[in-house]
Design a protein around this ligand. Structure first.
Ligand SMILES: Cc1ncc(COP(=O)(O)O)c(C=O)c1O
Length: 430
């Protein structure tokens, strides 16, 4: 099919895609922030996902169980608190391509990165380098630097930043560092550019030189299909407030491959909730880790924090994880098509702004997020104009607008409208 070349044809295509969309009914299951009395167009799921409508009643249920049962709620609550985290593993496993035993919900993203690094970064005299990305999210870099210092080592000697040009250059860097490499620690999808890495090949390259591979999947989980078990990824961490719609500061996730999860000799940060469940209340000295990712838990589950996540993950189950991922890919394609068509149409000289697409154009190198670089000093004004039109995206200094259509609550018509609004003011530079 040849791509539509006019604005009308694109709109027609958007409406046809919406009509055929098997997930369209899910939009109603979310609260949409208002703009001038109408639903705004929310393209910010890469930062904070929208609130599912079932969250209020889930929280009220916990309040009612707490008020009605007190401590007995650990066993008697609608969702007993003693094992509150357990169903989450089953819900999350298909989202990251893992066995349920390899996944656990706990703490928050940066804390989980520290917890994972404590186990997976065990430098020796010969093997001590951590390879990370030059434009890593600041918190990840702080975690890496601080852990290296805690080990009594010098971050300048142990940390190697690679410019994240593509997976190929990262693999070359891995091969160059060779047997000095202890760990590869990268974002699966980069928060700034939206670039998706080839985690399978990077993991294999790390293993080939005797190193391990761990990923921050904050911008990948719920956005792109993952096969962490099959790819033999050693560990991964993520937050659940972006594509997983679980609310601000919601509890994070940890994946530990079963080959490590079954190895109880791996040193770790320990807490009573990671101790053998049958003996947990024996309160005896001598930590005995549970099998699997659960063996890295520290504390009992923050029930109020996790109640929203239970609702949000159930929506993914109802929608079908692969159906969500397929729609995400198709939305990304259509967004790109709208931007490239509308951004290069005639009369572009009348537009005050210009932009280029920072995210790789190849569909296997990105998810739903498109990062647009604005080539004007007053680029932020363009972002403000989008906000005034009821479009919520986000601005990243110095010059990037991130815009993300999300399968569960956005439509193709919204994609068209966002691209149209932007391209009335800005033209695309290739
Ligand atoms: C890629 C990435 N890493 C780390 C963090 C920090 O997350 P948290 O504050 O939940 O630890 C974020 C937050 O948005 C992020 O996007």
């Amino acid at each position: 099919m040849t791509p539509p070349k006019t604005s009308d044809a694109l709109l027609k295509k958007a409406l046809a895609l919406d009509k055929a969309d098997v997930l369209k009914s899910f939009k109603k299951q979310f609260h949409h922030p208002k703009h001038l009395g109408k639903n705004s167009i929310y393209f910010c799921g890469n930062s904070l996902g929208l609130m599912p409508k079932g969250v209020e009643s889930a929280l009220l249920q916990e309040c009612s169980d707490w008020s009605g049962w007190g401590v007995k709620g650990h066993w008697k609550a609608e969702n007993p608190w003693i094992d509150y985290h357990k169903p989450f593993s089953k819900l999350l496993a298909p989202l990251c391509g893992a066995k349920a035993s390899e996944v656990v919900v706990m703490n928050s993203l940066t804390v989980n990165l520290h917890v994972a690094l404590a186990s997976f970064y065990r430098p020796t005299k010969k093997r001590f380098v951590i390879l990370y990305e030059a434009n890593a999210f600041s918190s990840d870099l702080y975690a890496l630097e601080s852990l290296i210092k805690l080990r009594g080592l010098n971050p300048k000697l142990c940390l190697l930043a690679v410019d994240r040009l593509d997976s190929k250059s990262i693999i070359q860097a891995i091969q160059q560092v060779g047997d000095q490499l202890a760990l590869v620690c990268l974002g699966g999808v980069n928060y700034y550019s939206g670039e998706l890495l080839d985690l399978k090949k990077i993991t294999a390259a790390a293993h080939q030189v005797g190193a391990q591979a761990g990923f921050d999947l904050a911008h990948a989980i719920g956005n792109v299909p993952l096969k962490l078990h099959a790819w033999k990824v050693d560990f991964a961490v993520w937050c659940t407030y972006k594509y997983l719609n679980s609310g601000p500061g919601s509890a994070g996730g940890l994946f530990v491959h079963e080959q490590h999860g079954n190895d109880k000799s791996i040193p770790r940060m320990a807490g009573w909730w990671g101790h053998e469940q049958n003996e947990r209340f024996g309160m005896k000295p001598g930590f005995k880790p549970m099998t699997g990712a659960e063996g890295w838990q520290l504390s009992n589950a923050p029930v109020f924090n996790m109640a929203a996540q239970r609702v949000a993950l159930t929506l993914f189950k109802e929608a079908g994880v692969m159906t969500v991922y397929r729609k995400g890919k198709s939305m990304g394609e259509f967004f790109l098509e709208c931007l490239t068509t509308l951004g290069t149409m005639e009369k572009k000289e009348k537009r005050l702004y210009s932009f280029s697409i920072l995210t790789p154009l190849e569909s296997d190198r990105r998810g739903c997020q498109l990062s647009l670089r604005i080539h004007d000093k007053k680029g932020k004004v363009l972002f403000t104009l989008l906000e005034k039109a009821g479009i919520i995206g986000d601005w990243r200094e110095p010059d990037v607008i991130r815009l993300t259509p999300v399968p569960l609550y956005n439509s193709y018509k919204e994609i068209f409208k966002v691209a149209q609004t932007l391209c009335q003011k800005a033209y695309l530079i290739h």
